[in-house]
Design a protein around this ligand. Structure first.
Ligand code: PML
Length: 265
């Protein structure tokens, strides 16, 4: 019998501001448990108890595309200046211009937190149709067994938390698309100061101290090339993608080893 999959998405708000969100793709037998888990997460969020919780449960008409997660590692960056240098080393080596990277850092650190990601061409020109909202990546998830493997691998590195897991799942979906060359992400959580740069060539590279503690800004920029922007947006927003294999998860690696390909198995 064919399996039915559901996309479940949760968004919670307090005083009209977004405080937490979650999403995944699940089999029918798991739907009730997940709704309970998401609701409890919204009610106990550290930013305060949600006053409004929106849950969307949608049966998927398309069979989710199975993909592996990006390989993960961390560079021992010590301050925002060092992060910028490492981000440039990685992103420029896949063809993104320095101007575009500076533009992305400036736009993200300017303070307007967008709901979705910016899309930029490799020269730094913004391409998303709605410059205020950006493009939200949705309809991605992880299978139960891949999730257990990921928890085990991240656990060995002391990184088994929802922030890292969800960011890795999102980036793995995004970088599966050939139009996406690279990504810069800074969390908008004032207490979360590790960001990442992702590319297909080097994987998901975590960058500690990307911003100072207490800074409320954050966001994502996807650097894109070639093809039709609307096709990419449709993929990011609507194509269901399920992680079913976990790529290598490594601890601290030097930028030199990453650039020389020594950090990949
Ligand atoms: C977010 O807040 O969603 C971004 C999370 C970035 C996670 C970086 C990491 O620690 O791997």
């Amino acid at each position: 019998m064919p399996r039915h999959y559901y996309s479940i998405r949760m968004r919670a708000a307090k005083d009209g501001t977004h405080i937490s969100g979650a999403e995944g793709i699940y089999e029918r037998r798991d739907v009730l448990d997940i709704i309970r888990r998401y609701t409890s997460r919204a009610l106990t969020h550290e930013k305060g108890r949600a006053e409004e919780i929106r849950l969307t449960i949608e049966e998927l008409k398309e069979r989710p595309k199975r993909i592996p997660s990006l390989p993960l590692c961390t560079v021992n960056t010590r301050n925002p200046q060092m992060v910028k240098k490492v981000a440039k080393d990685l992103l420029m080596s896949v063809g993104i211009t320095e101007r575009a990277i500076d533009e992305a850092f400036t736009a993200i650190t300017m303070g307007i937190v967008m709901r979705g990601a910016m899309l930029m061409n490799i020269e730094g020109v913004r391409l998303e149709p709605d410059l205020l909202r950006g493009v939200r990546v949705t309809r991605m998830g992880i299978t139960r067994s891949a999730s257990l493997t990921l928890a085990r691998r991240l656990g060995r590195l002391g990184l088994n938390n929802t922030t890292v897991k969800e960011a890795l799942i999102l980036a793995s979906k995004v970088h599966r698309h050939p139009m996406v060359l690279g990504e810069l992400c800074i969390s908008d959580d004032p207490n979360y100061t590790t960001g990442y740069v992702a590319t297909r060539r080097y994987g998901y590279v975590r960058l500690p101290h990307i911003k100072g503690r207490g800074s409320p800004y954050g966001g994502r920029a996807f650097f894109i090339t070639g093809g039709e922007v609307n096709t990419l947006i449709k993929y990011l927003q609507t194509t269901p993608v399920l992680i079913n294999r976990i790529g290598p998860c490594r601890g601290v690696v030097s930028i030199k080893d990453i650039l020389e390909g020594k950090s990949r198995h």
